[in-house]
Design a protein. Sequence first.
Length: 118
Amino acid sequence: MFGWLRPVFAIIARFGPWVVLGAILFLIGIILTILGAIFGFTLTDVDLWLEAHGGFFNAVGSLLFRIVCGLVFLLCVFAALAPFLFRRDQDADRAGWGCALLAIPVGYFAWIGMVSSS
């Protein structure tokens, strides 16, 4: 069923993932240029459309960034409080003190990213 993946992985192993990614992006660019020539729009039209909708893309990107920072902050709060809330004798699966101490600065930067005005 997934036999077609073997040659794909062989190409990635042979040339490296960045070369394959560059080739894929190059092919996508060529395909989009051909489609633009067929349907009658140029890269200038695309640039003007992107510039006209730039504010919307910026708002969506800022919202997604703040949501991700909020999730990271909540995870850091949980990780920092886990040694206090979930104390057991010998549980190898719980977060330790090192994880709790590392969660504090990571949570601080996530908070700054979430509430920053820019």
